[in-house]
Design a protein around this ligand. Sequence first.
Ligand SMILES: [Zn+2]
Length: 398
Amino acid sequence: MMDEGLREGIGHVGFVDHHVHAPYKRAHAISLDDFRRPFTEASIPAVWTENIPTLIGYQWMVRELARVLHCAPTEDAALAARNDMATVPYHRLLADAANLGACYDDDLFGFGQCYPIDAWAEVIQRPVERVLRVETFVEQGYATCETLDDALERLTREIATPARRLVSLKSIAGYRSGLAFDPLSAIQRQAAAMAYRQLRESALNPHAAQRAPAVLSPFPGRIADKALVDTIVWTALEAAAPQGLPMQFHIAFGDDDIVMTKNDPTLMRALFAHEPFRAVPLVLLHCYPFHRQAGYLASTYPNVYADLGLTIPIVGPGAATALAELLELCPTRQLLASTDGHMEPEFQWFSIFVWRWALARVLGQYVEWDILTTDTALATARAILHDNALRVYRTGGD
Ligand SMILES: [Zn+2]
């Protein structure tokens, strides 16, 4: 039995989306393939042309979207109804339906194809803050940074005195070289400098240079060398520590180039054990299927935070199970809620819908079992959806 008072109370809490990507800025009317595309990490078209329509989470999304759009609960009807609306009213309709609050935008995803920060803020009428994706930032500096020293200097400078206010850093090491970070060493630095030189050359002269096979490196200059990735991440954390600036990590599920066995967050022990990094909130994004490991880490290290962004909408009704499993060990002040919205606005809206549904179910059950009071359950949901993000990212003053 769903506790209706609790469900309603959860609906009134504004959702602070601490990990999201601004949607594509393209023609609003999209194809069926583009409509399905955000609901898989696959890059093989057969996945969305054939299989995604049978994913339970996706079928649920179509039915809920049809409710919002007042149309028949079918994929064709929902797509036609959303395509019939103008861009801005559609984005705002979904943002309002989700009771969306501020968004923290990792804006180096699909760089150049997505709404810039200010333009997106204008479309959705919500504050949008900037998150810096460190590996991509280094890749963008090849033209001006001849050596690894130059590149790290540019990165450190951007963290200390950013061109635009940063609320967090983000690392995609998980799907580049994995999460078993090694601390800095002279040997690692040498290997990293050499890798940087080669990658820079292949990025600036893509035809002349030797490069990794396209299957492993879809674009020239893509940083996936472990010594180089580890050096960048460690350097970024050293720059973040004096300000206590958080750093988000892509954990496990979330891209099709992941080696899952290298993505268990317990592999990140060198970062957790390094005392100066205790000043940096380390935010574990996505986490599936290692959300229990994430909960364990949050229970062990005071500066570790866990999130089920991306996981929540894709696992659909499994969201309640994943959330309950994470909450076995994760103190609720260390759980953050994000959407990982990307490509089109439906993903962000549906993620928020499922977050609220899962919280109402799981916390409602704890009330039913007389483990929590309704007031505590509601305060817990408020912390997860809103208050924890403001505290961790220190964005509460505005
Ligand atoms: Zn993301």
